[in-house]
Design a protein around this ligand. Structure first.
Ligand SMILES: C[S@@+](CC[C@H](N)C(=O)[O-])C[C@H]1O[C@@H](n2cnc3c(N)ncnc32)[C@H](O)[C@@H]1O
Length: 267
């Protein structure tokens, strides 16, 4: 696991993950729902930002959400309780050291987790063992290389690349979305299907300007300011101009695009 840079551990980052989840619910989750009585494993639930939607879309499924971070699990439980959801249990666990019996789950859901792992195929192989034959895995990841905006800005691209480089140095991959198909195939899954989900934002969609461009994407890049500058990946002037230019893309004539990748596969 990448421990140098992982989303989801500090309060500001938790608010960002919640903003991201509520903005993207329809786009990312509209086609995920599990049948009554099915056993679902959510691997790497974080603060529960996706758990609430998952559980609401599958009210009669039995969901077990695990995470390596105790602090995130406490927050996730609070979020699920606040939403009045009763079909989710939480358990602390590391994907690489899970003690469930083989073929325990009907479905597995993994969202924004593989991007932080230095051994994503190994993680998928482990998860596959826990799936029943004929069970499904759903994986959602972003890909920062899919980002473009108007007005264009070299500084903004460099600030984004700094985040990608920082995540790479921590063992992760912020451009992993494009790799979901090969990763799932390499892990031995069948009938792999990948569905790209583009977020297109202009000022005719003020809720996306605020919820996605500002509070999700730009907030994430801004969040690495200190580490990116301190490690010498980027200079302060370029980084700050890059952030200013990302905000510029949220003005009346600005445009921002980003693509998530959602993959389905069977065991
Ligand atoms: C960016 S957060 C995503 C959380 C949630 N899925 C979401 O979409 O909001 C990544 C989560 O993966 C968890 N994680 C990272 N490595 C893990 C591992 N080896 N086992 C279990 N959880 C892990 C982190 O603790 C963190 O909560």
């Amino acid at each position: 696991m990448s421990d140098a840079y992982v989303h989801g551990y500090d309060p500001k980052e938790n608010v960002r993950l919640q903003d991201q989840a509520s903005t993207l619910v329809e786009l990312l989750h509209c086609d995920t729902s599990y049948p009554a009585d099915s056993r679902v494993l959510e691997a790497g639930c974080g603060v529960g930002a996706q758990t609430v939607t998952l559980a609401k879309n599958s009210p009669n499924a039995s969901i077990l959400s695990i995470d390596i971070s105790e602090a995130s699990l406490v927050e996730a439980k609070r979020n699920v309780d606040t939403a009045g959801i009763t079909n989710v249990r939480f358990q602390k666990g590391d994907i690489f050291q899970l003690s469930f019996d083989p073929e325990t789950f009907d479905h597995i859901f993994v969202c924004f987790v593989l991007e932080h792992l230095s051994r994503p195929v190994e993680a998928l192989v482990i998860l596959k063992k826990l799936l029943k034959t004929g069970g499904t895995i759903t994986v959602i990841e972003g890909d920062h290389g899919s980002t473009y905006f108007y007005p264009d800005s070299e500084s903004a691209k460099k600030a984004i690349e700094a985040q990608v480089e920082l995540q790479r140095r921590g063992g992760g991959n912020a451009n992993i979305g494009r790799e979901l198909y090969p990763l799932l195939c390499r892990a031995g899954f069948k009938t792999v299907r990948v569905s790209p989900r583009m977020v297109y934002v202009d000022s005719s969609k003020p809720e996306l300007v605020d919820g996605f461009t500002k509070k999700t994407f730009t907030a994430m890049i801004e969040g690495v300011r200190e580490s990116a500058i301190n490690t010498g990946i980027i200079d302060q002037t370029t980084f700050d101009k890059g952030i200013k230019d990302l905000y510029r893309a949220t003005e009346n004539d600005g445009v921002f695009c980003y693509t998530f990748f959602k993959a389905f596969a069977e065991k």
